[in-house]
Design a binder for this molecule. Structure first.
Ligand code: NAG
Ligand code: NAG
Ligand code: NAG
Ligand code: NAG
Ligand code: NAG
Length: 540
């Protein structure tokens, strides 16, 4: 009997060991040309030595797709659905139906089922209506996160939410309560670094670890510590200041230097450098713990770089367009996998197969030896997962990516090498490799009003519109898109109000009344109201 128990324990340990540690880095608003590994020649404005060396030891993913904006990509990776089947709009976190529908099962829940310890740090932006919507509700053992699209990098005050006019409300959360230990203590990215490095240092390497790091960098507001900004003082050619981000009374750029006029591109470059350092320090911690050899790291941006100067200053050169549009510059993003789990013969290679960020849900579930099927969603009549396991393709066991078709939106579809843009898209311009031809103050230069068709494999920069030359293909893609549209989905969750009817916004009420001025869940606040499957929430 005892030896049988020993055998069982031993086989569990071996199984657990076979599961790699996972580090997922989902960078915010990172442009194609804002990382060294996508450039043809060095650019002193782009300082990403850590990312570049990770790519050199991993697989550079050259056709890794996301949505054109943040919330849809974030709900997609955490739910395993394409954005059109989970959430394709960017709404205020104060709404009931913002983010992932209540009854979908999160990626971290799957990893947890597979025996992983699961931790989240950074930007969530995938809903917060009920405790089941938070990172913890979606399966992360712990989180240090903000819920909205952005917050202040120094005070963590809420921005772009229903409570914005009250800057004493803080958008910063630790697992199941306001992050009152951390708010206003440091620049956000350093707080995430401290959190993640600490988790690695305390972790038992025998247990598989799932770390999700979602930097706030380099989303606006463009804010950065002076020491990093000053490293880019040679960027003297740019007169544009980030006027829209420097509402000083609301969002101080650097509390120590409140009156400085910051330059957008310089801010952006400095923020990318910080992100690169933080990633280097987290991977460094995994190496120090001898966990790196059994780690799979995945890095991707959440959308293409935002290219309009008063707000942001990314570059997607040589790709066309940027954030908010379905040109490649908006949806084909810097991405790679790295870590000791990457087979040695593949290190330093690149892969041009089509992969969508939703595909990591099934891929990682398989690694965790868990069935990726979402039974709870099925019971609730919600869309099933779209995610496809891409690992056999990445390691060369099968010749083609399982991902072949990607409905992007009501008028846009990617199918193999062909992309149909059957309606106005913006931004639509190309940037150049060097400033001043690198960002624009005019984002609304549109194209494709009369239809575009591109072969994004032979023409990745989308120069040759074949819409009129290939009516056969246009008809084929249109009819496929028509069929896909029948299954498009909007989250229509709504919950009984938990706040008095006199309150306009339950979220601001809950922040004040329940969490000491921290933004957090505002509906279904009692444990017995939560899904039976989420035992870790109910046991509180
Ligand atoms: C990363 O670690 C290095 C070495 O410990 C340190 O000098 C650096 O400040 C850290 N980076 C950040 C962004 O904290
Ligand atoms: C979740 O699904 C259950 C049935 O599986 C259903 O009773 C409940 O109303 C659903 N909740 C929401 C918010 O859709
Ligand atoms: C910027 O560079 C791109 C690519 O090199 C080029 O197509 C475009 O015409 C240039 N735009 C301007 C305004 O010079
Ligand atoms: C989803 O909502 C958007 C915006 O309100 C609307 O335009 C679209 O038709 C809706 N789609 C579906 C499938 O309901
Ligand atoms: C956040 O931190 C600051 C500084 O410690 C403090 O004054 C403020 O009250 C805190 N906000 C909340 C909501 O705790």
């Amino acid at each position: 009997m005892r030896s049988l128990t020993r055998l069982l324990i031993l086989s569990n340990v071996l199984l657990a060991l076979a599961k790699p540690h996972i580090l997922f880095v989902l960078v915010d608003d990172l442009g194609w040309a804002n990382v060294g590994f996508n450039l043809e020649e060095a650019n002193p404005e782009v300082v990403t030595p850590n990312l570049d060396s990770l790519v050199a030891s991993g697989i550079h993913l050259k056709r890794h797709y996301v949505h054109k904006a943040c919330t849809p990509s974030r709900t997609s990776v955490q739910s395993g659905r394409l954005p059109v089947h989970v959430n394709s709009v960017v709404w205020d976190v104060c709404n009931d139906n913002t983010g992932i529908p209540y009854n979908m099962t999160g990626l971290a829940e799957k990893m947890k089922q597979g025996g992983y310890k699961t931790h989240f740090a950074g930007k969530w932006d995938a809903g917060m209506a009920t405790p089941a919507h938070t990172p913890h509700g979606r399966g992360y053992d712990t989180s240090l996160n903000f819920f909205g699209h952005k917050n202040d990098f120094y005070s963590q005050s809420n921005i772009q939410t229903c409570c914005e006019e009250d800057q004493s409300i803080i958008d910063f959360w630790r697992t199941d309560r306001g992050a009152s230990d951390a708010n206003s203590t440091d620049y956000s990215e350093f707080l995430y670094q401290k959190e993640l490095v600490g988790i690695v240092e305390r972790h038992d390497p025998a247990v598989p670890l799932f770390l999700f790091y979602a930097p706030h960098v380099a989303h606006e507001p463009l804010q950065v510590p002076r020491a990093y900004y000053d490293k880019f003082n040679f960027m003297t050619d740019d007169e544009s200041t980030c006027s829209r981000q420097t509402v000083k009374e609301l969002h101080p750029i650097d509390p120590a230097h409140p009156n400085l006029e910051y330059k957008c591109r310089q801010q952006y470059a400095a923020m990318i450098m910080i992100m690169d350092e933080v990633v280097g320090n987290i991977t460094g911690a995994l190496k120090s713990k001898n966990m790196w050899e059994n780690t799979l790291m995945i890095l991707s941006s959440d959308n293409g770089g935002p290219v309009h100067l008063p707000e942001n200053a990314a570059s997607n050169w040589p790709l066309r367009g940027g954030k908010y549009g379905f040109f490649e510059g908006g949806i084909r993003v810097p991405a790679f996998v790295a870590g000791g789990y990457v087979p040695s013969q593949l290190r330093g290679t690149s892969n041009s197969g089509m992969i969508h960020i939703a595909d990591w849900y099934a891929t990682l579930s398989k690694m965790a030896q868990v069935d990726p099927t979402d039974f709870r969603a099925a019971n609730a009549g919600l869309p099933k997962i779209d995610s496809l396991d891409v690992w056999p393709f990445l390691v060369g066991e099968v010749p083609e990516s399982p991902r072949d078709v990607l409905p992007l939106g009501p008028t846009s579809l990617l199918w193999g090498q062909w992309k149909l843009l059957d309606g106005l898209q913006y931004p639509s311009f190309w940037q150049g490799p060097k400033y001043p031809n690198s960002s624009s103050v005019e984002p609304r230069i549109g194209a494709c009003q009369d239809g575009c068709l591109f072969d994004v494999v032979s023409d990745p920069t989308e120069q040759r519109n074949q819409f009129h030359a290939r009516p056969d293909l246009v008809a084929k893609l249109r009819s496929r898109l028509q069929a896909e549209k029948a299954h498009f989905f909007n989250n229509s969750d709504s919950f009984p109000r938990s706040c008095p009817s006199t309150e306009e916004h339950c979220a601001c009420w809950a922040a004040r009344q329940r969490y000491g001025n921290f933004l957090g869940p505002f509906a279904m606040l009692e444990a017995q109201e939560l899904p039976a499957e989420q035992t870790w929430l109910r046991s509180k």
